[in-house]
Design a protein. Structure first.
Length: 363
């Protein structure tokens, strides 16, 4: 089976992955919870969060999410290897995370690396150095597992939002974008994945591959749209997105564009989490920021400085996906989807919840 596609079955969990994760700080699991650290290392950013995971499956933050933009995937699409500069940025962030973890001992760490690391020829060098710094070796997970964990994280808050299943979770990253359909509202619980697919398109890849001018030209945008649409059309052959009743968007691109729609002067994750955004509003904002110069984008405090040059590429991917999902839903069951829900919960939350639950099961 193609490791990008996953149909009608749960993604298999690598039981060996918990054995590779080091127990840190000598803290024994006690009571009805464990304390775990999750690290999500993507193409553009790296994130750390420390949480307690309880026996009933829910999590509670000890150290709220820390994010550093390291652009690990810079040039990987073209050169198929990490640059020395990108590696140094990653190691500096890992050193910072190590200092935090010394102050907040945990029962285990899970470090997950995604799109850029899957594609880099020198990933062994990266993995070994990270292991030296943090005491745990990165897991380079396939796209289907990334999709499943993103779905777990995004839907972990669904019961309190009253959203209508089935859900299509879209995790739009720097190097890849995952589509995950799950929870049919009848036979399948909200957290059950029906099908998923990982596409090699994202904010960094589209910017480096097509949007080379500042601002991008119409010809460059047209080429990017053609590239995006071909990947999306292929993904739709594997994931029946037309069945979706609710679109949940996760990742920095989605939440950043949501913040801009809301007119925030600085980014506030609490303000963007769980907000329903209309297509009309997001299409207008996405297109405007796609066509801005980088200098113009940098004047907006809602955009992290590390996203300024690539947020237009991510916005274009997001626009095309939303439009195509709406068309598919109309064809499938006559539903007029004209909005999505922005979520600040995604892959990192899924990493922590999945790892914590497995530690509790195995202690």
């Amino acid at each position: 089976m193609d490791d990008r596609s996953y149909h009608g079955i749960r993604a298999s969990r690598d039981r060996g992955s918990s054995e590779r994760s080091e127990v840190m700080g000598g803290v024994a699991a006690c009571g009805d919870f464990v304390t775990v650290a999750g690290i999500d290392c993507g193409t553009n950013s790296i994130r750390l969060k420390v949480s307690r995971v309880f026996a009933d499956g829910h999590g509670e933050d000890v150290v709220p999410r820390m994010l550093r933009v390291i652009r690990l995937g810079q040039g990987v699409d073209e050169n198929h290897r990490f640059s020395d500069e990108a590696l140094m940025r990653a190691y500096e962030a890992a050193e910072e995370f190590s200092r935090v973890l010394k102050e907040h001992p945990v029962d285990g760490i899970r470090f997950v690396a995604t799109s850029a690391t899957r594609d880099a020829a020198n990933k062994d060098e990266f993995e070994s150095r990270i292991e030296d710094i943090l005491g745990v070796r990165p897991e380079v997970i396939p796209g289907v597992e990334e999709a499943s964990l993103s779905f777990l994280g995004a839907t972990s808050v669904v019961p309190r939002t009253g959203l209508e299943a089935p859900y299509l979770v879209v995790d739009l990253g720097g190097g890849s974008t995952e589509l995950v359909l799950g929870g049919d509202g009848d036979s399948a619980p909200a957290t059950d994945v029906v099908s998923a697919y990982s596409m090699n398109i994202g904010s960094v890849r589209m910017t480096e591959r097509h949007l080379l001018s500042d601002p991008p030209t119409d010809a460059q945008i047209d080429a990017a749209v053609k590239d995006i649409d071909s990947h999306v059309d292929e993904a739709f052959e594997h994931v029946p997105v037309g069945r979706a009743h609710t679109i949940i968007g996760v990742s920095g691109t989605v939440t950043t564009m949501t913040a801009l729609v809301l007119g925030l002067t600085k980014y506030d994750h609490r303000a963007v989490d769980g907000v329903r955004v209309s297509y009309h509003d997001v299409f207008a904002v996405d297109d405007a920021f796609l066509r801005m110069t980088r200098a113009e984008r940098s004047s907006y405090g809602t955009i992290h400085p590390g996203r300024v040059d690539v947020v237009g590429g991510g916005a274009l991917v997001w626009n095309r996906l939303l439009a195509k999902v709406a068309e598919a839903a109309w064809r499938d069951h006559g539903q007029h989807i004209d909005s999505f829900v922005s979520s600040d919960h995604g892959l990192l939350d899924g990493i922590i919840l999945d790892f914590g639950r497995r530690l509790l099961e195995n202690r």
